[in-house]
Design a binder for this molecule. Structure first.
Ligand code: URA
Ligand code: SF4
Length: 224
């Protein structure tokens, strides 16, 4: 199949129905090697919906988004920015873990999803946005930014500003153009992926983390 559309439940499905349906998605080849679909989760009435890239190794094993090291950084940064980590909804641009297993190695190495895979998975993201109906969407890192704004997106240039909500095109979605719920989104804020903090050199880590918090403070101010 070329995208997730055939696997979507009816438009009236809530998050439990969506999660159940997504578990059976074969809308792109990524379901084959991953352990399971990792659907978004969190406060279903959240004012903020954060989008990461794809589940990591631990998320793939446990079936929940942001339960590994990057999630720990994310929750701390949210709290430091004045946003209750329990009050948000977190999900990913792509719901299956994409990885390579280098020969003779045990550890699976994360591989960035392609634009095509992000487009294939977009119907799930659209459905989550419809149900949660957040006020602010946060793109965590370059991949999430590209998933929303296209391949020209550069996190270094576009982070930390309130960008107009671009809308998720119906390409691979339910084909009805702008979604009603999406019109309630007042802005999109892009920032770095929390895993960039983990990857930074010791000498840079605090600065990189502070940058993440600073971007998230913009979100906090939008909510005030
Ligand atoms: N990184 C992501 O982008 N998403 C997760 O769920 C975990 C790590
Ligand atoms: Fe479906 Fe998305 Fe998984 Fe591809 S990555 S199989 S579109 S849930």
């Amino acid at each position: 199949d070329h995208d997730a559309t055939p696997y979507l439940p009816g438009r009236r499905a809530g998050l439990p129905g969506l999660r159940k349906a997504a578990a059976l998605c074969r809308g792109c080849p990524l379901y084959r090697d991953a352990t399971q679909t990792v659907f978004g989760e969190g406060d279903t009435t959240a004012r903020v919906l954060l989008i990461g890239e794809q589940p990591g190794d631990q998320e793939d094993r446990r079936g929940r988004p942001f339960v590994g090291p990057a999630g720990k950084v994310l929750r701390r940064a949210l709290a430091d920015a004045g946003i209750d980590p329990e009050g948000v909804y977190v999900t990913n641009a792509v719901k299956h873990f994409k990885f390579t297993l280098p020969e003779g190695r045990k550890r699976r190495i994360h591989k960035a999803p392609t634009l095509r895979e992000m487009a294939a998975c977009r119907p799930w993201l659209r459905a989550e946005l419809r149900v949660v109906a957040p006020e602010v969407v946060v793109a965590l890192g370059g991949t999430a930014g590209k998933a929303l704004l296209g391949s020209a997106f550069r996190v270094t240039e576009q982070r930390g500003a309130v960008l107009p909500w671009p809308g998720l095109d119906g390409n691979g979605g339910d084909g009805d153009g702008a979604d009603g719920a999406e019109q309630g989104i007042s802005g999109l804020v892009a920032t770095i992926h929390p895993s960039a903090v983990l990857r930074a050199d010791d000498a840079d880590r605090t600065r990189v983390y502070d940058g993440l918090v600073e971007d998230l403070r913009i979100v906090s101010r939008l909510l005030a």
